[in-house]
Design a protein around this ligand. Sequence first.
Ligand SMILES: [Zn+2]
Length: 681
Amino acid sequence: MEPHVTLPLSDGDDVFLAEWSQPFALPPFSKINVDAFMSAFLKAMENHRQEIEAIAVDANPATFVNTLLALEKAGRMLSKVSAVFFNLTGAHTNDALQKVERAVGPLLSDHYNSIMLDERLYMRVAAFKASQEASLLEGQGKRLLDKTFDQFRRAGAGCSVPDKQRLAAIGRRLSELGTLFSQQVLRDESREALLLKNESDAEGLPGFAVDAAKAAAKERNLQGFGAITLARSSADTFLTFSTRRDLREIVWRAWNARGDNNDENDTKAIIKETLMLRAEKARLLGFESFAHFKLANAMAQKPETALNLLQQVWPLALARANEEAAALQLLSDDPLKPWDWRFYAQKRRQMLHNLDEAVLKPYFTLDAMILAAFQTASRLFGLRFEEKHGLDVYHADVRVWEVFDQNSKSIALFLGDYFARPSKRGGAWMSAFRGQNRLAEDARPIIVNVMNFSKSDPALLSFDDARTLFHEFGHALHGMLSDVDYPSLAGTNVARDFVELPSQLYEHWLEQPDILQDFARHYQTGEALSKEVIENLRAASSYNQGFATVEYTSCALLDLELHLMPDSSGLDVDRFEHDALTRLNMPSVIPMRHRLPHFTHVFSGDGYASGYYSYLWSETLDADAFEAFEESGDVFDADTAQKLKEFVYAAGDTRRPADAYMAFRGRLPSSDALLRKRGLL
Ligand SMILES: [Zn+2]
C-alpha cells in the first residue's frame, strides 16, 4: 500500500465529495466540470486505498463486519465518480471525456488489481473463511463470502509475486486495449457510408428513414439530399428498404468492413494482442484457456456445456436459413447477395404476414411504448411510474421517473435516454448511477436505459425497436426491483449467462394482444392495430429466425473458439474468421451479426468475451420461463409473477443461478422451449 499522499486540488472535484442534494441524490450534472474528473478519480482512489489499508492492517481477528462488510462499504466515492463518468462516456461523450477515459482506464485497472492482489487482504478473507463464525453463515452472508473469496482467487491472490506482477501488467494493458477498440469502432461507425445525392438515391426509403438521412447530413454539415451512416439503425434501415441495389452494395460493404480497413481505425492488431494476453492470464491462474477461466463462474460452468447448446441449435438454424435463402431467391432475378437479404426478407415478410414496417411504424410511438413497458411492470409487479420534471440531468433528452411499489413506497429512479446523437455510443443498454443495497442511508437504485432511436416528432419505432425498449426495461427492472443487503449481490451483478433472463423474458409481454391493443395505436387517428395485424405480428416472430439464429450463433461459436485457443501469437484475424465460417458451412449470403473487427461485445472489455453465447443460453431460460405463465393460462398470472419477482428480478446474486431458476420454476430448463420459440423444431 502506498503511503498517504496529498493530491493537488482542482476546481470542481469537490462535487464528488459533497453529498448530492438533488432528489434521490441524483448527480448534479450541470455542476460537474469535465476537467475535474481526473482529480476526482485520483482522490477517490486514494480514499478507497486508505479504507482498504485500514482493513488490511486491522489487528483484530477477521470477522464478517471488519472484513467482508468493510470491503463492501469501501470505495463509495470511487463508485460515485465512476458511475457518473462511465455513464457519460457511453451516453454523451466528447474529446475531453475521451482523453480522461484513456488516461484513467489503466489507473483504475491498477487500483483494483492492487486491492485484489493484496496478500494481507486475501489472508484476512481466507482466515475469516476458515473461522467458526464463517461456518455458521447462511443466506446472503454465505453467498457474499463465497463470491468475495472466488474474486480474490480469480484475480491471482495466492499466486507468486512475479506472476502477480505480470497479472497486474496484463490487466492494465487489456484495459487500454479495450478502450482503444471501442473508440476506434465508434469513430468508424460515425463515418458516413453513403451520401445521397438526390431523391432517386433515396428510392424505396420510408419517410422516417428519409428524415433521419437528412438529419444525419445536416448534423455532419454535408451537402446533398441526405447521408446514410455506419450506425446500425441507419445502415440496417437502408439495407431493408432501399430499392437501389447498387447503393445497398456500397452501404453493406462499408458496414461489413467496420474496423477492417487497414487504416488508423483498424482493430485487428488490438484483437490479436488482446487474445494473447487473455490466454496468458488464464494460464497464470491455472486454467486451460480464457474460455475455461471465464465460464468457471458462469451458470454454464464449462465451455463444453455452452458449446453443446450452440452445436445443438446450429444445424437446425442452418437448415432453416438455407430454406429462407431459397425462398428469397424466388423474389429476385439476380443471384442473392448479402446486401439483398434484408430487402427481400422485408418484402417476403410483407407478403406472408402482410406486415409492412413503414405502415406499422405510425402505430408504435416511443411514448406509447414506454407506457406499455410501464403498464406491464404494473400488472406483473404492481409498480407505478411518476414522471419528474426540472431535475438536473446530463442532456435535455433525458427523461426521469420515480418508481413506486405496490405499497406506494418509492423504490427507484428511472432515467430514459432514448435518442441517437453523435456523442452517444451505438446500441442500447441499461446502466446504473447507483445500485441498490441496504448499507447506505438512501441507496434506492438510479437506473438508466440508453437507446439510439431516430429523433422525429413524434418518435416512431419499428417493432424491433419496441422489442429493444422492452428488453432494456427488463434489465432496468432487474436493477430497480433488487432487494438485497450487499452491493456485490445486487441487481444485475449476476452470472453473465443469467443476466439476460430478466431482459429477454420481458420482451414476451410486448407481443401480448392486451398490451398491443392498448398501446399500439396510430399516432394520428388513435386507431388500434387490428386483431389480424396483431395475430400476424405474433406469427411473424418466428419469421427469418434461420437468418437471425445463424448470424448470432456464428458469432457465439467464433467467440468461444477464439478464447479456447491456448496461443494466438500466429493469429491472422481475417483468415481465422474466414476458415472458421467455412468449417461451419456458413451461408455466403449471411454475414456474422458482428464481424470480429467490430465485435465490441467481446473486445471493448472482457464482459462478453467467451460469453456471447449467453444470449442464447439466457433464451433457453426465458423461453422456458414464459411457458410457466402460459401453462398457468394467464400471461400476468399473479402467483407466477410473485415467484418471478422473488427469485429472479429482486434476488440479484443471492443464490447460484441454477438454484434461483429451480426456486422459480421447480426444475431446470431444456432447450425445447427455445427451439419452439424460434420455430426451429
Ligand atoms: Zn441485454
